[in-house]
Design a protein around this ligand. Structure first.
Ligand SMILES: Nc1ncnc2c1ncn2[C@@H]1O[C@H](COP(=O)(O)OP(=O)(O)OP(=O)(O)O)[C@@H](O)[C@H]1O
Length: 304
């Protein structure tokens, strides 16, 4: 079997600015300040083969969506590498939908972004509308949709763009059971066609029946990666233990674990090799941001 996705020592950190002014200061400063950052994904590595369906489980805030966004290239790793052999498509609640455009306009836009020709878009549009099944709302701006409607439209568009790697981030949890069944049937069809699927869900049943393997994300780290049965059982044992804790104990546990995800941003740079200064590219970017301000100031001073 061919390797379809390879994730190598991936980290994703988010800088935590105490104030907006810090953010602006960082944009213009040449030397990076040592700010606090949060490691949402911490040294994650795994390989996925063609045709595998991979479930992703974990408590709230464990890094599942961050990992989904990394896999679908919506965000880039802070460190590490992700190699994808194929085009990914993310299905998440309202992912990639433009709120100000109508459903129909979004269909055209997303299909174009996936490289479909005008003729192909005209050909698949009726089928997308039928799958989404949101009636006259298809002519309404997406901002008027319920989360279930957004999820229906997002799912319908994504499966019709025929992606190689499908990443489904809890989109099914907001739909009703009929729609969830329809999506699961479609996913089964994709699976039969040898597509690679990542599937974020809180349902142990769906993990067992639908996935070959499961990734358990735990406070940013990959705690387990193995057969769906084995990892789901371990995860259920953990949640049963966790749910037995008192509210205070749960809070204490979370606090301790989250503290382990806090770092100063030099941490990753130390891991990399003590690279404390901005790269020339970053420096040029800062200069370009300042350029319009400098030009307008000079023009004002010259009285032009
Ligand atoms: N842009 C951001 N800036 C700062 N922190 C972020 C950002 N995005 C995510 N995080 C943090 O990263 C952690 C992981 O978030 P993520 O959404 O990936 O978790 P999750 O497992 O998908 O959670 P849930 O089950 O609640 O959807 C959370 O603590 C979240 O607050």
């Amino acid at each position: 079997m061919k390797v379809k996705v390879e994730v190598k020592n991936v980290y994703k950190s988010f800088e935590l600015h105490a104030q907006q002014s810090e953010k602006i200061f960082d944009l213009f400063s040449i030397k990076k300040k040592n700010r606090k950052e949060f490691l949402a994904v911490k040294d994650v590595s795994f390989k996925v083969y063609e045709g595998e369906t991979i479930g992703i489980v974990g408590l709230n805030g464990s890094g599942k969506s961050t990992l989904s966004n990394l896999l679908s290239q919506v965000i880039q790793p802070t460190q590490g590498e992700i190699e994808l052999k194929g085009v990914p498509s993310l299905i998440a609640i309202s992912a990639g939908l433009n709120n100000n455009l109508t459903g129909l306009e979004n269909i055209k836009l997303k299909c174009m972004m996936h490289g479909l020709s005008k003729r192909k878009i005209e050909e698949v549009t009726p089928s997308i509308i039928e799958f989404a099944d949101i009636g006259d709302y298809i002519e309404q701006p997406v901002k008027n949709y319920s989360s279930g409607m957004k999820s229906r439209l997002g799912f319908a568009i994504s499966v019709h763009t025929d992606p190689d790697i499908l990443i489904i981030d809890e989109a099914l949890s907001v739909g009703d059971s009929t729609f969830a069944r329809k999506c699961l049937d479609k996913m089964e069809e994709f699976k039969q066609r040898g597509k690679t699927i990542f599937f974020v869900s809180h349902s142990a049943g769906q993990m067992r029946t639908f996935c070959d393997k499961v990734i358990w994300m735990h406070y940013g780290e990959l705690k387990e990666f193995g057969s769906a049965e084995e990892v789901t059982t371990k995860y259920e044992e953990f949640t049963a233990w966790f749910n037995k804790l008192s509210i205070g104990q749960k809070k204490e546990h979370k606090k301790k674990m989250l503290a382990g995800q806090m770092r100063f941003n030099h941490y990753l740079e130390q891991v990399k090799s003590e690279k404390k200064h901005r790269s020339p590219v970053e420096l040029i970017k800062s200069v370009l941001v300042l350029l319009p301000l400098v030009i307008s100031t000079v023009l004002v001073l010259l009285g032009i």
